[in-house]
Structure formats: C-alpha cells, structure tokens
Design a protein around this ligand. Sequence first.
Ligand SMILES: O=P(O)(O)OP(=O)(O)OP(=O)(O)OC[C@H]1O[C@@H](n2cnc3c(O)ncnc32)[C@H](O)[C@@H]1O
Ligand SMILES: [Mg+2]
Length: 206
Amino acid sequence: MRKKEAFPWESVVLATKNKGKIKEFTRMFSHWNVRVLTMEDDLDFPDVVEDGETFEANARKKAEEIMKATGLAALADDSGLEVAALDGKPGVYSARFAGEHASDADNNAKLVQLMKDVPEAEREARFVSVLALALPGDDIILVRGTCEGRIVLEASGTNGFGYDPYFYLPEKERTMAELAPDEKNAVSHRGVAVRKLTAELAERFA
Ligand SMILES: O=P(O)(O)OP(=O)(O)OP(=O)(O)OC[C@H]1O[C@@H](n2cnc3c(O)ncnc32)[C@H](O)[C@@H]1O
Ligand SMILES: [Mg+2]
C-alpha cells in the first residue's frame, strides 16, 4: 500500500467552488491521511471577492476567509492562464476573461479570437496555480506551481476543465484535456504546487 502523506490536521476544507479543482485535489489527496471537506459538506461557505492583483493575494484571501468561517484548515487555489502574446493575459482575470459570469466556453472563445492572428511560433502560454493553506492560528503557507505549453486554435480532448482543450503540451504531444487525470496531475501547475506543499508540510511538521 502507498505510504500516507503526513498532514498536521485531521481535516482540510477545499476553499473553492470549482468542481474541476475539487476533483483534482480529491484525487491527489486520496493518499494523504486527512479528511477532505468541500462546499458540499454543509459548511458555512462565504463568497470571497477576488480583488487581488496577484494569484498570491487572491489565494491568501480565499484561504483565510474560509478558514475563519469554518474554523478548519483551508486550502485555496488561485490559478489561471498567462499567454505571452497577450502580455500575460488573462492572468488573474482568467475566470472572468469574457465577462463577470463567463463560462469556460465563453472564455475559450475569446482566447481563440485573440490568438487567431498570432503566428503559431508565438503562441507560448503558461498555467499558474498558487495554493494557500490557512491554518487555524494565523499561519499560512503559500506555494506556486507552473506548467508551460502552447495555445492551439482547435479544441482537443474532453478531460479536465477550463482552458485545458486549448492548452497543448509539446512533450506530451497532446492537450491537457487529452491527458488522463493522473497524467494531468503529474505535469500540471496544480500538481507541481501540491508536491511543493507536501514538501513544505513535511519540513515544518516532521
Ligand atoms: O475561485 P475558485 O472558487 O477556486 O474557482 P474559480 O474557477 O473561480 O478559480 P480561479 O478564480 O482560480 O480562476 C481560475 C481560472 O483559470 C482556469 N483554470 C485554472 N486551472 C485550470 C486548469 O487546470 N485547466 C484549465 N483551466 C484552468 C479556470 O477555468 C478559471 O477560469
Ligand atoms: Mg475564482
């Protein structure tokens, strides 16, 4: 059997309303010795206004507010897509790229529209995930993971969520949405960040 990762609390609440993120975290934490709670577990879960200018500021705010509301260790993820040809946009505005209540399809349509005249060689992009783990008693741990790829103009694959069908990984010769869940977690920005968090926890609470 796989060794359980040490986690210093009995439970952790995922401070996110994104079902795609919940699936990925639940899978990655299945070998942690911690009970993972989500907004579906009947917790007092306030809406957090994401008004920070950085992924770090937003992740910290989401984690702290949910930790205070629930009294539990809270893990937030603020993530997004940075496209080189768009000067790093949509960045922290990735969820609202096409407007306040934009769907993934709306955001992807806007991305394709803006990228269609950009030469193929200049379509580099990066996914970023910043995780904030707010621990009862004020302590907070922040880690950042990134994943490099390229934007494609035609969607491929049905796994994952968000921008995944348009994010191509040259070394995999597939889009993120064409990877199986474990394959995505092994290379994704979120997977990188979770492994950094695991290392940080091991160091602090060994
Ligand atoms: O704030 P929470 O409740 O966690 O959920 P959210 O969906 O609003 O999440 P963010 O504010 O962090 O916005 C992230 C945006 O970046 C996109 N994104 C993040 N991670 C992604 C991934 O692994 N694959 C594809 N798109 C991703 C996602 O679809 C959102 O549009
Ligand atoms: Mg959000």
